[in-house]
Ligand binder design. Structure first.
Ligand code: PMP
Length: 441
């Protein structure tokens, strides 16, 4: 394909070969309109499209590029591993090193099994929970996204929120019926579902801090209360940290809460990781209590496998990325996120656009409208009521000024450790005009 093709030409060509022209729906700019940018290169905090335009990136490949794009250490590690073979289909030492790095950082995790995507991780965690409890039902929260397996697409966030889909076609009703969907941040709803179905519920699956309906953090004590309620009824907690894990801190959002004053020291039974642990290559993981994890084949009766699981090249990227995530890097991520969010909020306030920044560690997003400004938005119904029409013009004003935001209101903004002053300055310069666009939308 010639380098000279425009984004529009590339999109046309893609649409003739790939459904919707994309391999993951949110990339299609469906809710913000316009032509998706076709990227050809990325370095540090920047991405470059086919027309040679440079953007400061606040997507970071939806999380994995936490050290910045094409991080030198990670690329070197990948090149070195690739030169020795792309995949063995047999065990290799790096798999154990990556598992150990995860176990050392997240103390409730005794054992780790590597897979290639977050979807596989949550799928396997649920199978494990069902096997461990001998129960079938799963509780999930509206607006949480756990990947695209059949049982998890009811009232899910991410692309389903972006495209306002209640679920997915093609999911058999008996499978959908195994998932009970309840509102988030509502301990009474959780108590009620356990009161009615308690003896049949295998697990509650939750995003550690939801970031697929925009950022909607758990209210203080909610994760602890949820864990207590589930455990009281003999059900397990599956903590989905695919997005938050190793991003908001070395021990993920669980670690952030574990260190906080009002933590009751809750311990989820199973964790799911992805994104950052592959540093941009496909690695994800299920981790958790040894007794549950050892139900996996070959030790136990729960089957799970993968041709490319623990792939040596992908694992090399993951190891380099986790090793690069020092306490100093986390501090820098926190600072950068705060600077950008404060500036966004100030710009919106300047033109009296009602809004609030919602936070989970260094992840944040903007919610729009009076309700958001007054009380914050705490569940999926609330985020759907916001003034979402303000986002497309805001997004495009930023894009025109060379800043690439997530093309959906229902996604978090991702900073990287490579966002330096030049990159941050471009964002700060772009914000006032974008805020005005959100005001007059
Ligand atoms: N869980 C969460 C919380 C996620 O954010 C995602 C992806 N955004 C997934 C699971 C699924 O991961 P993957 O796209 O790698 O299948």
């Amino acid at each position: 394909m010639s380098k000279k093709m425009t984004n529009a030409q590339l999109f046309d060509r893609a649409q003739a070969a790939i459904p919707g022209g994309v391999n993951s729906p949110v990339r299609a700019f469906g809710s913000v309109g316009g032509t998706p940018r076709f990227l050809v290169k990325a370095k540090g905090p920047y991405v470059y499209d086919s027309e040679g335009i440079e953007y400061v990136d606040l997507i970071a490949s939806w999380g994995p590029a936490i050290l910045g794009h094409a991080n030198r250490r990670a690329v070197k590690a990948v090149q070195k591993a690739a030169a020795k073979g792309l995949s063995f289909g047999a065990s290799s030492p790096g798999e154990t090193i990556l598992a150990e790095l995860i176990e050392q950082r997240v103390s409730p995790v005794d054992r780790v099994r590597l897979v290639s995507t977050g979807t596989e991780a949550t799928m396997t965690a649920i199978r494990l929970a069902r096997a461990a409890t001998g129960r079938d039902l799963l509780v999930k929260f509206a607006g949480h996204y756990h990947g695209h397996s059949d049982g998890l697409l009811a009232a899910a966030g991410s692309g389903l929120a972006t495209f306002a889909l209640p679920g997915s076609a093609g999911v058999p009703a008996p499978i959908a019926a195994q998932t009970l969907v309840i509102p988030y941040n509502d301990p009474d709803a959780l108590r009620a579902v356990f009161a009615e179905h308690g003896e049949k519920i295998a697990a509650v699956i939750t995003e550690a801090a939801p970031a697929n309906m925009g950022v909607v953090p758990p209210l203080p004590g909610f994760n602890a209360a949820m864990t207590a309620i589930a455990h009281e009824h003999g059900a397990l907690i599956i903590f989905d940290e695919v997005l938050t894990g190793f991003r908001v801190g070395a021990a993920g959002f669980w670690g952030v809460e574990d260190k906080s004053k009002d933590s009751s020291g809750y311990r989820p039974d199973l964790f799911c990781f992805g994104k950052v642990i592959g540093g941009g290559l496909p690695v994800a993981a299920i981790g958790g209590r040894r007794d549950i994890m050892e139900l996996l084949a070959p030790l136990g009766p729960v089957y799970q496998a993968g041709t490319l699981s623990g792939n040596p090249v992908a694992v090399a990227a993951g190891i380099a990325t986790l090793q690069g995530l020092t306490p100093r890097v986390y501090k820098k991520l926190d600072r950068t996120a705060r600077t950008i969010a404060d500036a966004a909020s100030a710009a919106l306030s300047q033109v009296s656009v009602p809004h609030r920044i919602q936070w989970a560690g260094n992840l944040f997003s903007i919610v729009f409208g009076e309700e958001a400004a007054i009380s914050g938005l705490h569940d999926y119904a609330a985020v759907q009521r916001q003034e979402s029409w303000r986002y497309p013009p805001f997004f495009h004003a930023m894009l025109n000024a060379g800043v690439s935001l997530p093309p959906s209101l229902f996604e978090a903004w991702f900073v990287t450790a490579a966002h330096d002053q030049r990159a941050i300055d471009r964002i700060l310069t772009a914000l006032p005009k974008a805020a005005k666009a959100a005001d007059t939308a």
